[in-house]
Write a protein that binds this ligand. Structure first.
Ligand code: 7PM
Length: 281
């Protein structure tokens, strides 16, 4: 499967693509008013598209461990106007990073083409809202909730358990009426995993191909690199690119990243090597 119908647009996954991260939380645009937030979001998205992003991922809820939860109304107020502006004013495929049924519904109505849910549609109403939207959904693996997920993650076989979890969520989505060919899967790097869980999962990631769905990964600037390399968040680009390359080597089709221009080059080069062939004769 190489093309995904995302609302009114098509997403070509015959080569891997980059999904640019657009956070619309107050700490990302601290200049106050909602107009400024919307305008800053538009300009940042415009730059990411110019840098080669195929998708803009709009998120209004911080999934940071221990972060204050965002109310449903606050998430709606942050996300929906930005989705509307991006879809209206830019020629962009927009995904909504949300677990909230009303944000899925209103985001889809505002023109979003993809739902990206770190909770894999486990919140009440999220599955039904996604079915009604008709949009593709990315199902991510996470043990527990963002608030407690890093307390003491335990696995006997991290890769096997991630695959089993994703398979169960695929089954639930298909049973609820989502077409199998509009699902994507994500192993959830950094979500309820120790450093070693993340490393093993990355090494073994090719096993996710057994699910026969496009794989999305997010590693950009994650604390994993801080823990392994002792780098601060603004020093994690080289390691983020190395990890993106390893994931593409193992079959990832969408790479979620902050640094779009750099990630596009890394992903394109990894794909060129993956697709290379010996000359005949
Ligand atoms: C703090 C901790 C802030 C984690 C932000 C994050 C993913 C995602 C996120 C991912 C998919 C981040 C994360 N990560 N959606 N949303 N896959 N599908 O680093 O890995 O951006 S939020």
């Amino acid at each position: 499967m190489t093309r995904l119908r995302c609302g009114t647009r098509m997403l070509d996954l015959s080569s891997p693509v980059v999904m640019g991260i657009l956070n619309v939380t107050p700490d990302s645009f601290s200049d106050g008013g909602r107009f400024n937030e919307r305008d800053a979001a538009l300009r940042q998205a415009e730059q990411m598209l110019a840098d080669g992003a195929a998708i803009i991922d709009v998120g209004g809820e911080s999934t940071r461990p221990g972060a204050a939860p965002v109310s449903e109304q606050e998430e709606l107020d942050r996300v929906v106007p930005v989705v509307e502006a991006l879809c209206g004013e830019l020629d962009a495929l927009v995904s909504v990073d949300t677990s909230t049924a009303s944000v899925i519904r209103d985001g889809a109505a505002a023109g979003a083409g993809l739902i990206n849910d770190v909770r894999a549609l486990r919140r009440p109403g999220a599955l039904e809202a996604s079915v009604a939207s008709g949009l593709p959904v990315c199902l991510m693996h996470m043990q527990g909730e963002p608030g407690n997920m890093q307390d003491n993650p335990q696995y006997e076989d991290v890769t096997g358990e991630v695959i089993a979890f994703l398979q169960a969520r695929i089954d639930a989505c298909v049973a609820a009426g989502i077409s199998r060919d509009s699902l994507l899967v994500d192993p959830g790097f950094g979500f309820a995993k120790s450093v070693n869980h993340n490393l093993v999962l990355m090494r073994e990631m090719a096993a996710l191909q057994s699910l026969d769905l496009p794989v999305l990964i997010g590693v950009s600037r994650k604390s994993l690199f801080g823990k392994v390399l002792g780098r601060e968040v603004n020093e994690r680009l080289p390691a983020s690119l190395a990890a993106a390359v390893m994931c593409v080597e193992r079959g990832a089709k969408i790479v979620r990243a902050h640094d779009v221009q750099e990630t596009v080059d890394a992903v394109r080069f990894a794909h060129a090597v993956r697709e290379s062939h010996k000359e005949s004769s």
